[in-house]
Design a protein around this ligand. Structure first.
Ligand code: TRP
Length: 430
């Protein structure tokens, strides 16, 4: 039997979900949550929202709307872990443990923080103007979200890959210091998921003000759809599907057969207003039943709050004992507790280990070090963390010095030392 694979995703609670969020994140996640052999964690990242938003009413409203959206879209709170970040006190606790194994220099390189610094420098103001420590710490909080639940795969957009790599590095640093406790997560970017264009043809995004509401009043949705930008071809003139935002949005909802029919209609010169009407009806067919459920949920915050409380209890049943283990490992312990487990953890920490990291050249490297931290092997750069990981797996399996030039011992280290350390690691079951 395959071991259970855990997927985890957070949704920042600023704003109201639009059609692009539905097609790009909500719909695929709801489908994915039904896979056999997986556990799925979805949470409302309201601590992250505080980094961007200082309007309390908006945070509360957005949390309500996003929770309602996910449930209306078919997420089964019984089947998955569905909770609000701020209901899990273990997350900020783990954030601190991770803060203490994270280099400040690593956080200096985080995209969101760096973008603000670059903007400030370009504007000729102080580098740290408008930069809160919250923005700087964003990747650590996110790593705590992920590592607390021992998630393997993190479905995210491309813009989040760096954060997942940082979470991985933090897990590695923690494990190196305190023994193997944390699972190393991986980003899962689904290339097949549609990136929905907005009303003006650019990516649908709140910051471009080009969105179609997901559960807005029908009339509003209709108006938005009718304002999709098209060209000036008259009814009867053949139209092109290439570059047509209307066509692409339709495709994200339609079957292959329906898409083919619209393609034909374009060639036959369908009027833009008729095409828009078709799109409106097609979207409404999928969304109308969910809209009803959404409106019920939003109108009944008590019931939603109960669902979230139950979700928090379910999540904490995992988080509380695990955080206890992590605290113990770092030495935050009951003074009367026996030192035996401490010794065991130390023995585990005193093993040779692989450390993976990324260099400024964008490639992925590893070092193999002995129990005292002495370098035994230095790798060359790999194109992806996966390739580096596969190479390490081969090394562990063969317990022999690699003959490829991809990893070599430094001067003064004998081949025998490397193979002994590999064997020691294998014997320990790591
Ligand atoms: N940073 C993510 C975003 O802006 C949201 C998020 C917070 C998240 N914690 C997470 C995503 C943990 C995945 C895993 O989209």
């Amino acid at each position: 039997m395959r071991p259970i694979e855990r997927f985890l995703t957070g949704i920042t609670t600023t704003g109201t979900p639009h059609l692009g969020n539905y097609v790009g994140a909500i719909r695929p996640a709801v489908q994915a949550s039904k896979r056999e052999g997986t556990e799925n964690f979805y949470f409302l990242a309201d601590y992250h929202a505080l980094i961007k938003c200082d309007e309390p009413a908006r945070i509360q409203r957005s949390t309500l709307e996003i929770a309602a959206c996910w449930l209306a879209a078919g997420l089964d709170a019984q089947q998955v872990f569905f909770y609000r970040q701020s209901d899990i006190p273990e997350i900020p606790e783990l954030t601190w443990l991770l803060t203490c194994v994270t280099g400040k220099g690593v956080l200096n390189r985080a995209h969101a923080y760096k973008a603000q610094v670059d903007k400030n420098l370009a504007a000729g103001v102080d580098a740290d103007a408008e930069v809160t420590a919250g923005l700087f710490m964003y990747p650590v909080l996110m790593a705590a979200d992920i590592l607390l639940f021992q998630a393997h795969k993190i479905p995210v957009g491309r813009d989040q890959i760096q954060h997942i790599e940082m979470a991985r590095d933090m897990a590695q640093s923690y494990n190196h210091l305190y023994g193997e406790h944390l699972v190393l997560p991986e980003a899962a970017v689904d290339e097949s998921v549609a990136l929905l264009p907005g009303l003006d043809g650019r990516k649908m995004s709140k910051s471009y003000d080009n969105v179609i509401a997901l559960f807005g009043p029908r009339e509003q949705v209709r108006k938005q759809i009718f304002s999709i930008v098209t060209d000036s071809r008259a009814p009867g003139e053949p139209k092109q599907v290439e570059g047509s935002a209307l066509f692409q949005i339709y495709q994200a909802f339609a079957s292959a057969q329906e898409t083919q029919q619209l393609r034909q209609a374009y060639a036959d010169g369908i009027a833009w207003s008729d095409a828009k009407q078709l799109l409106f009806e097609r979207i409404d067919r999928e969304v109308a039943p969910m809209r009803e459920r959404y409106e019920q949920l939003v109108a009944n915050p008590h019931a939603l709050e109960e669902i979230l409380q139950a979700g928090a209890a379910k999540a904490r049943a995992r988080a509380t004992p695990f955080l206890r283990e992590l605290r113990h490992a770092v030495g935050l312990r009951n003074l009367a507790a026996s030192a035996a487990t401490g010794k065991k953890a130390q023995a585990r920490a005193a093993l040779p280990s692989f450390k993976q990291y990324r260099e400024a050249d964008g490639r992925f490297y590893f070092k193999f070090v002995d129990a005292q931290g002495r370098l035994l092997l230095q790798s060359a750069g790999f194109a992806s963390p996966k390739e580096a990981g596969q190479f390490i797996a081969q090394l562990k399996a063969s317990q022999a010095l690699p003959d490829a030039a991809m990893a070599t011992p430094p001067d003064g280290v004998e081949a025998g030392q490397v193979t002994t350390a590999l064997k020691h690691l294998a014997d320990s079951g790591n």
